[in-house]
Design a protein around this ligand. Structure first.
Ligand code: YSA
Length: 348
């Protein structure tokens, strides 16, 4: 059969040429010539329909076999050429394909951010909505509306960073918020009870640093206002938080405290993680670390936002965030969170 002989000659010629090829460019030209759409072999396969039935089968089968052989030869040659190319590269171009890849460093959330998310999630699961507020505040929201008028001694307990902005009357009404409590006022101006929110965020104080104090730290504010809310609701909520975050065995202590925007006011402390209550440098020898201030929202604060204290009552709390991971992991200096030492931060 003429066709078969033609195919065999084609194969012999193609393989002879393939052996002699020395570049990837030459190999590509060979592929197009012998295996491409316009190649002789493809032509044979396309014209099978014109052959008499008796020869069609044998020619088709052989043409397909030769095509597979040529394809295999092409692949083998391609590998050989690439391998040779890698071996001949030198200096910067050289690639050692056997080397393992370089792992990219993986980022992660800062431990304080992780804890802030975790605490927000705990309160969210108890029905509190998570909202945020501005870090640059007016005196009105940070102090005045929270029952801390000018000249009130409570202003001295939160040394304030004032902004260099003066009104015509010589007042300096802008500041970096010293706590997250201004969001109580902002939220209640817009939303009336029943309401339950937590407000995570940064706060700023003009303060010297030590093992438990820094000038920029985080707080999470809590506020619940409804009919019939009592101190029992406040304690129940905070006990539940402590149980979920620190586990059931950690001791919790409430003591009376004073904040002008609550009546009565309390502070909550957790048993020191470093000394387990025995007293150490971190807890100043007391065995306890204060984590939050809280209380029943003062009637004057409710009146300010036009909520009738004769009908509604509420509780609020403001928790310092950095001290929480200190208590959980036994970190004995708050400043470690902000010295950017990756050996410390990678542990969380
Ligand atoms: C009180 C009553 C409420 O109804 C609502 C909120 C509050 C808390 C109040 N706004 C407040 O800021 N109180 S506080 O000055 O005692 O701070 C609260 C917590 O922040 C402290 O318990 C402490 O955990 C943390 N804190 C305070 N100063 C800090 C600090 N953490 C790190 N560095 C500082 N300099």
């Amino acid at each position: 059969m003429d066709e078969i002989r033609q195919i065999e000659e084609l194969k012999t010629g193609a393989l002879r040429e393939l052996v002699a090829i020395g570049s990837t460019k030459g190999l590509e030209a060979w592929r197009v010539g012998y295996l491409g759409k316009k190649s002789q072999l493809t032509g044979v396969l396309r014209s099978l329909g014109r052959l008499p039935l008796a020869t069609r089968k044998a020619v088709g089968a052989r043409a397909n076999e030769v095509k597979a052989e040529l394809e295999a030869g092409f692949k083998q040659k391609e590998q050989a050429l690439l391998g040779a190319q890698l071996e001949t590269l030198s200096g910067e171009e050289a690639v050692d394909v056997t080397l393992p890849g370089r792992a990219l460093p993986e980022g992660r959330l800062h431990p304080v951010t992780q804890v802030l998310h975790e605490i927000s999630d705990i309160f969210a699961s108890m029905g509190f909505k998570v909202v945020e507020g501005p870090e640059v505040e007016w005196d009105y929201y940070n102090f005045e509306a929270l029952n801390i008028p000018k000249e009130h001694p409570a202003r001295d307990t939160m040394a304030t960073l004032w902004l260099d902005y003066e009104t015509e009357s010589g007042d300096r009404p802008m500041l970096l918020r010293t706590h997250t409590s201004p969001m109580q006022i902002r939220f209640m101006e817009k939303v009336k009870p029943p309401l339950r929110i937590v407000v995570p965020g940064k706060v700023f104080r003009y303060e010297a640093t030590d093992a438990t104090h820094i000038p920029m730290f985080h707080q999470i504010e809590g506020l619940a206002v409804d009919k019939g809310i009592s101190m029992a609701d406040l304690k129940g909520t905070l006990y539940e938080f402590a149980r979920r975050f620190f586990g059931p065995d950690r001791q919790v202590r409430f003591r009376c405290d004073y904040f002008p925007f609550v009546e009565p006011g309390v502070e909550m402390a957790i048993e020191c993680a470093v000394c387990k209550g025995a007293g150490c440098r971190l807890c100043g020898g007391s065995g306890w670390i204060e984590i939050l201030g809280a209380g029943m929202v003062h009637p004057k604060v409710l009146e300010r936002v036009e909520i009738d204290p004769g009908i509604y009552s509420g509780f609020a709390f403001g928790m310092g965030i950095e001290r929480i991971p200190m208590l959980r992991y036994g970190v004995d200096d708050i400043r470690l969170f902000y010295t950017s030492d990756l050996r410390f931060l990678r542990q969380f």
